[in-house]
Design a protein around this ligand. Structure first.
Ligand SMILES: C[S@@+](CC[C@H](N)C(=O)[O-])C[C@H]1O[C@@H](n2cnc3c(N)ncnc32)[C@H](O)[C@@H]1O
Length: 293
């Protein structure tokens, strides 16, 4: 009898493109207000400041709906140059719309947009002074390839900053949601035997991530955990926001109204336990900042 593989599924480039194209608008509305909180940290750590007299060339890797790009472009030197890159053309469109105002007078910031994979960067060696990447590294099929590419396109002594999801035990937002989906699917007899998709937390360990970064051409690297709160302030709001995401919306379209209610009640109950304990709703983030040799 053939043994079934239990290796987790890693989404390939084409699947990622499709997923993020479909998720783009909802991601921007629902999750970008939270990811922007971390974007502020990364921009601050990269030393991208308008008053800085150094003119920088900056790359936003996996720019999504443009929250980070907007922040970089409005913070950088007036003669600086930002390149916003993403695999998803829909995401690039959103970034372009968001940053348009900054490319016009009186700001006149230089921004270009590139749709490409972070695993194969279409840039010459030593092009950028700084690389910013907020919540992208854990999604790519091969994160080590991305680290090597970032090191290649950075100038000597250039800085790179990454954020990825932190420890699951400290991340109630992204553990409650899959738990509710799994329990409901089980109760509704919808469990399949497919291997699980690779966990979005797979790079969470700050020490291991630091070692991986240092083995890819960086001379210094600091890493730590910090918390990123989610803007839903009670269990009802949390549930309403989450049922709008593509995976849950697609699931709930296939079941009865009664099951939809059951799903919402379960999610509200689990979320309420967190709110009632007076702990913040959100996720932990692992931050890495590295300097090239
Ligand atoms: C979680 S979103 C983060 C977006 C944005 N940086 C933010 O913080 O709001 C991840 C982004 O990475 C992009 N992405 C995923 N895999 C990628 C790859 N291999 N190359 C480039 N971008 C990728 C997705 O299309 C998506 O826009």
């Amino acid at each position: 009898m053939q043994q079934q593989s239990t290796e987790p599924i890693i989404l390939g480039t084409e699947e990622l493109k499709k997923k993020w194209d479909e998720f783009s608008k909802i991601f921007q509305e629902l999750l970008e207000p939270s990811t922007n909180i971390t974007a502020y940290s990364l921009v601050s750590l990269l030393g991208i400041r308008e008053q800085n007299d150094k003119v920088l060339r900056i790359l936003d890797l996996g720019c999504g709906g443009g929250g980070g790009s907007y922040l970089i472009a409005s913070s950088m030197h007036k003669d600086g140059h930002l390149t916003s890159l993403d695999l998803s053309k829909e995401m690039i469109k959103l970034t372009e719309e968001k940053c348009q105002v900054l490319t016009q007078a009186p700001f006149n910031r230089k921004i270009d947009y590139v749709d490409a994979s972070a695993e194969e960067l279409p840039f010459e060696d030593e092009t950028f002074d700084a690389v910013f990447s907020n919540y992208c590294l854990h999604l790519v099929p091969n994160p080590d390839k991305v680290l090597s590419e970032v090191s290649r396109v950075l100038k000597k002594s250039g800085r790179a900053c990454f954020s990825v999801w932190g420890r699951p035990a400290n991340s109630p937002q992204f553990t409650v949601v899959p738990k509710v989906i799994m329990e409901c699917k089980k109760e509704w007899g919808m469990v399949d035997n497919k291997p699980p998709v690779r966990s979005p937390f797979h790079l969470h360990n700050r020490d291991q991530l630091r070692e991986r970064v240092l083995s890819r051409g960086f001379k210094t690297c600091l890493s730590w955990y910090q918390f990123q709160p989610f803007h839903a302030l009670n269990a009802k709001e949390f549930t309403e926001l989450n049922v709008g995401t593509p995976d849950i919306r697609n699931l709930l379209q296939t079941v009865s109204e009664e099951q939809v209610q059951q799903f919402k009640t379960k999610m509200e109950t689990y979320a309420d336990e967190i709110y009632q304990s007076n702990n913040p709703m959100g996720n932990e983030v692992t931050i890495v900042i590295a300097t090239k040799e």
